[in-house]
Design a protein around this ligand. Sequence first.
Ligand SMILES: Cc1cc2nc3c(=O)[nH]c(=O)nc-3n(C[C@H](O)[C@H](O)[C@H](O)COP(=O)(O)O)c2cc1C
Length: 197
Amino acid sequence: MSRPIAALGIVGSPREGANTDTLVTEVLRGAEGAGAATRKLFVGKYEISPCKSCGGCVKTGRCVERDGMDELVPLLDENQVWVLGSPVYWWGASAQMKLFVDRWFAPWANAETRALFRHRVAVVVTPLGDTDANVARHTTGMFADIFAFLGIPLAATVVAPNVGGSGLAAGADVLKFPEVLAKAREAGRRAVEMAKT
Ligand SMILES: Cc1cc2nc3c(=O)[nH]c(=O)nc-3n(C[C@H](O)[C@H](O)[C@H](O)COP(=O)(O)O)c2cc1C
């Protein structure tokens, strides 16, 4: 029997139980329904140094920094489905998420380690306070362009507007939008089906 698809949820908000976390959890629920083994992490809990653009990774595919990415890169490798969740912070992705994604440069920089990006499927979820979903366009556009560049199919992008304008309200406003949660679950199911083919 083949091994089940593994899906990794990466929460780019520091707020546990809030909107990004809830959306990522729903995607993973959908993935589990399609038979995937899932795991979720808060990327802000890992110490990640910013990419220094030193070029030290080019020969080896390994960053010169020894930090949380030493744990995170193997996790990316073990999971076929990558669920990236970032709130909109000042029209863009959160700093926690951007630090993480910038460090993908190391495995990408070397032909051998670039295999990390093969046979993956991505899902992106993005909550924002504004009622206008278009305010998320730089965040969703960044991920769309990154995954297109890496040749990773994006199963779905789920945008959740009107959830926590200040970013400081407790809890998960997104729970008030069951249609968005359903979209997130469907995204997870779809990603796993895509990963199976
Ligand atoms: C530093 C910061 C910047 C934010 N910038 C924006 C923004 O530019 N546009 C917007 O619509 N919401 C913005 N928000 C609101 C968050 O995107 C929104 O509350 C989101 O649901 C937070 O996700 P979380 O609940 O998972 O932490 C910002 C919140 C914070 C804390």
